[in-house]
Design a protein around this ligand. Structure first.
Ligand SMILES: [Zn+2]
Length: 127
């Protein structure tokens, strides 16, 4: 049984393959130079199809967080956060820290983790 996350397109599939190797990357349009997260097969800005993979920032700022008590893929309870990646945008991600150790505006850094069903996913933890 394929337990990988739902893949919207080949860019999403490549994103998760790169995560398995510890790479945190997205696509940049070779035509207009814009970087988009999540990655795209076609540039949403200019509709160009020549995309290249570039590194995302590994450090970010925690904008919001919560604890979920019911989830399919995560162990419960699990902490989720909204992390700002400077110059890129925001990513919703697992946060590897207890809720009581977090505060809005704190710096966090990228890491990977493997879900109980063997899927490599991203997470952030406090610096
Ligand atoms: Zn473009």
């Amino acid at each position: 049984m394929d337990t990988r996350p739902y893949m919207q397109d080949s860019a999403a599939e490549e994103f998760f393959s790169r995560l398995e190797r510890g790479e945190f990357q997205t696509t940049r349009c070779s035509g207009c130079g814009k970087i988009h997260y999540p990655p795209h097969v076609v540039c949403p800005s200019c509709l160009g199809e020549d995309m290249e993979w570039v590194d995302l920032p590994r450090d970010g700022t925690l904008l919001a967080f919560t604890q979920q008590s019911d989830a399919i893929r995560c162990r419960m309870p699990d902490v989720l956060g909204l992390v700002e990646l400077e110059g890129i945008g925001n990513v919703i991600t697992r946060i590897d820290a207890p809720l009581e150790d977090l505060c809005i505006g704190m710096k966090v850094t990228f890491d990977t983790w493997t879900s109980h069903d063997g899927v490599a996913l991203h997470q952030f933890r406090p610096l």
